[in-house]
Design a protein around this ligand. Structure first.
Ligand code: FAD
Length: 584
C-alpha cells in the first residue's frame, strides 16, 4: 500500500485524512483478528452443515449468527461507508485489504456483507433522501442486510430479458415475478432484509431501457421505521451447489398475494444504469474474493507442506523430510505465492483508482482515474477469479490425496473458488466489456496510456544496481509483454473493422493477457521498491528478499504466457469461426 499504491497520497484526499499509516496498520490488525478468530474457525463447519431451507425459512449454519453479531459490532459492515450514515469512512484501498481478509477467512459468510454493500451503494448513489433516511443507517450498521435481485430463469447474462413487473400504486409500486440465485435472499441473521429488485413498469419500453430498480423490504417498515408487516415476498427454496454451502442462494417469489410493496430508486427505466454503477464495485470485490480464497489455499498448502513427511528429497542428506523440501513442491508453492502477490497488487491499484476518482479535487485526475478504474475492473474480476480456480487447485495438489478428501479443507477452497468466475458477470461478460467498451470504443487510448506508463519502468530497471540479474529478467519479460500487448491492441482495432466476432473470440485471452502483464508490471515495481529498502537497510529483509524472488519467478514463469496468448489471438482467432457450430 505504501510503495505501490501511494497510501500517503490517498490519505491526503478530502475525507480520508485519518488514514495515516498508523491508523491503517491498527485497522488491518483488528480486521485480521475478526477474520482469523471469528470467521475462519466457522468456515469448514459452514461448508459441512450449509444453510438449510425449511417451511419458507432459511437457517444459517451453527455459529453464523454470533459471528455476524461480532462482525457488525466491530463496524466492519460499513467499513467504506460515510460516517454520516454510521460507516467507518475507510479508503477503498484499505477496504480492499479488509475484504481480502474476510473473504479469505470465510467466503460464504463474507458474501452477506458484500451484497449489503452493493445495496447500500445503489441507495446512496440514486435513492431519494427519504429512502436514504429510512434504510441506510440500519444497512450500514448491518442491523439489516441487502440483496441484489437481477437474475430470472430466462435472464442471466442478458438482463434485457427481465420480466418481473412493477405496477404503480399509491405512493409505491407492487412488484411481482420470480428471481433465482439470490445470495442471502433469506436468512436468520437479522430482523429485516432489504431487496434491491429489477422490474418493469407496464408501459416500459422493451429491452434494457425499460428496467427500473426498486427497494423491496422483507418486512414493510411501520410508522416508526421498524420492521412491521411481512411483505409479499417468499423464499421458495435454496439451491444445492458445488461450494459456498454456508451462503444461501435463494429462489424468491414476489407478489403471490397481489404484489410486494416496493419503492422506486431514482427514475423509472434507469434501473440497469444504476445497477451497473453498483455492480462495478461488486465486481472489484468478487475479484478480491478470488484473491482471498487463493491466499487461504496458499497458507494452508504451505503449512501442510511443512508438516507432511514423505520421501527423502533430492539434495538433502538422505533423511525423510517434509514435502516442502521437494523441489517440485517448492515450485508449486512459489507459483501460488507469486501470482497471488500480483493479483493483490492489481486489485489494490484498482481500489486506489477508485479513491482518486471519488475524491480527488482536480477534475482531470478524477477523469483519468475513472478511465483507469473502468479498465481495471473487468481485469480484476475476470483474471483474479479465473486464476483462483487454478491456484486453489494447486493447493489441493500439494495436499495429495488429503487434498481430494474433505477433511483438510483444501478441497473446500477449490469448490468455493469455482463460483467466482461465474457470478457478477461471467468471465466472458467481463472480457466482452474489456475489449468492446474499454479498448475498442476509445480506439485504444486508455489502454495505450497504461502501456506507456509501464514502459517508463524500463529505465528504472536498467539503472538498478542492487540486483542486476533480477532487474534484467524483470525488464526483459516486461518489455516483451508490453510489445505483445501493443500488437494485440492494434490487432483488436483492425479485426473489429473486418469481422466484429473476432475481438469476441479473442476476448478471454485479452483479459488474461492484460491481467498477467499488469500484474508483472506491479511485481517489477515491488521488486525495485524492495531492492531500495534492502539497500537502505530499512524494513524486514526476509520479506523484501522474498518479494524480489517472487517477482523474478513471476517474470520467468508467468509472463511468458503472454506470448502464447498473443499468438493465439493474432494467428488463431479466425480458426474458431471456421468450424461451423453444427460440427461442435
Ligand atoms: C451461487 C450463485 C449466486 C448468485 N448470486 C446472485 C445474486 O445475488 N443476485 C443475482 O441477481 N444473481 C445471482 N447469481 C446469478 C449469476 O449472476 C448468473 O448465474 C450469471 O450472471 C450467469 O448467468 P446464467 O447463469 O444465466 O448463465 P448464462 O447467461 O446462461 O451463460 C451461460 C454461458 O454462456 C456465456 N454467455 C452468455 N452470454 C454471453 C455473451 N454475450 N458473450 C459470451 N458468452 C456469453 C456465459 O459466459 C456462460 O459461460 C448467482 C449465481 C450463483 C450460481
Amino acid at each position: 500500500m505504501e510503495e505501490l499504491c501511494g497510501l500517503d497520497e490517498i490519505a491526503s484526499l478530502p475525507g480520508l485524512e485519518e488514514a495515516t499509516p498508523d491508523v491503517v496498520g491498527a485497522v488491518l490488525e483488528e480486521a485480521a483478528k475478526v477474520a482469523g478468530e471469528v470467521l475462519a474457525p466457522i468456515n469448514q463447519q459452514g461448508d459441512v452443515q450449509g444453510s438449510v431451507w425449511s417451511d419458507g425459512k432459511v437457517t444459517t449454519p451453527d455459529g453464523w449468527k454470533d459471528a455476524y453479531a461480532t462482525f457488525i459490532a466491530g463496524g466492519w459492515n460499513g467499513a467504506v461507508n460515510e460516517p454520516e450514515w454510521g460507516g467507518m469512512g475507510l479508503p477503498w484501498l484499505v477496504n480492499a485489504a479488509v475484504q481480502e481478509m474476510i473473504h479469505s477467512a470465510n467466503m460464504a459468510f463474507a458474501l452477506c456483507p458484500m451484497l449489503t454493500q452493493g445495496a447500500i451503494e445503489a441507495i446512496t448513489l440514486n435513492g431519494s433522501e427519504e429512502l436514504k433516511q429510512r434504510f441506510l443507517p440500519k444497512m450500514v450498521s448491518g442491523e439489516w442486510t441487502g440483496t441484489m435481485n437481477l437474475t430470472e430463469p430466462q435472464a442471466g447474462s442478458d438482463l434485457s430479458a427481465v420480466r418481473s413487473r412493477a405496477e404503480r400504486a399509491d405512493g409505491h409500486y407492487l412488484i411481482s415475478g420470480q428471481k433465482i440465485f439470490i445470495t442471502y435472499g433469506d436468512h436468520d441473521l437479522t430482523d429485516n432484509i432489504i431487496h434491491l429488485v429489477l422490474a418493469r413498469c407496464p408501459d416500459a419500453p422493451p429491452g434494457v431501457k425499460g428496467i427500473s430498480l426498486f427497494v423491496v423490504p422483507k418486512f414493510i417498515l411501520d410508522d416508526n421505521g421498524a420492521p412491521g408487516e411481512l411483505n409479499d415476498v417468499q423464499c421458495v427454496s435454496i439451491e444445492h451447489k458445488l461450494g459456498i454451502h454456508g451462503s444461501p442462494t435463494a429462489v424468491l417469489s414476489f407478489g403471490d398475494k397481489g404484489g410486494a410493496v416496493g419503492y422506486l430508486v431514482g427514475e423509472e427505466n434507469r434501473g440497469l444504469e444504476y445497477m451497473f454503477v453498483m455492480m462495478n464495485l461488486e465486481r472489484l470485490v468478487v475479484g478480491i474474493q478470488g484473491l482471498g480464497i487463493s491466499e487461504r489455499a496458499y497458507q494452508q498448502a504451505v503449512s501442510y507442506a511443512r508438516e507432511r513427511v514423505q520421501g527423502q528429497p533430492v539434495g538433502t542428506k538422505g533423511e525423510r523430510l517434509p514435502i516442502i523440501h521437494h523441489p517440485n513442491i517448492r515450485r508449486k508453492l512459489l507459483a501460488m505465492r507469486a501470482e497471488i502477490e500480483a493479483m493483490r497488487a492489481v486489485a489494490f491499484a484498482a481500489a486506489r483508482a477508485s479513491d482518486l476518482y471519488d475524491r480527488h479535487p482536480d477534475a482531470a485526475v478524477q477523469a483519468f482515474n475513472k478511465a483507469r478504474l473502468e479498465l481495471l475492473t473487468p481485469i480484476v474480476k475476470g483474471w483474479c477469479t479465473e486464476r483462483s480456480v487454478e491456484l486453489t487447485s494447486i493447493g489441493v495438489q500439494v495436499h495429495g490425496g488429503m487434498g481430494y478428501i474433505e477433511e483438510t479443507g483444501a478441497s473446500q477452497h477449490f469448490r468455493d473458488a469455482r463460483i467466482t468466475p461465474i457470478y457478477e458477470g461471467t468471465t466472458a461478460i467481463q472480457a466482452n466489456d474489456l475489449v468492446g467498451r474499454k479498448i475498442i470504443r476509445d480506439k485504444g487510448q486508455t489502454v495505450r496510456a497504461l502501456l506507456d506508463e509501464m514502459r517508463g519502468l524500463e529505465s528504472a530497471l536498467a539503472s538498478n544496481r542492487d540486483d542486476q540479474a533480477s532487474a534484467a529478467a524483470l525488464s526483459a519479460a516486461l518489455m516483451a509483454g508490453i510489445a505483445d500487448a501493443s500488437s494485440v491492441v492494434d490487432w483488436l482495432l483492425d479485426a473489429a473493422g473486418r469481422d466484429q466476432r473476432l475481438p469476441l473470440v479473442a476476448a478471454n485471452y485479452v483479459l488474461l493477457l492484460f491481467g498477467t502483464l499488469i500484474g508483472g508490471h506491479e511485481m517489477a515495481r515491488a521488486a525495485l521498491a524492495a531492492g531500495r529498502r534492502l539497500a537502505a537497510g530499512e524494513g524486514d529483509p526476509a520479506f523484501l528478499t522474498a518479494k524480489i524472488t517472487t517477482a523474478r519467478y513471476y517474470a520467468e514463469h508467468v509472463m511468458p504466457r503472454i506470448a502464447g496468448f498473443t499468438r493465439a489471438i493474432i494467428d488463431g482467432s479466425a480458426t474458431v469461426l471456421a468450424l461451423d457450430t453444427e460440427l461442435l
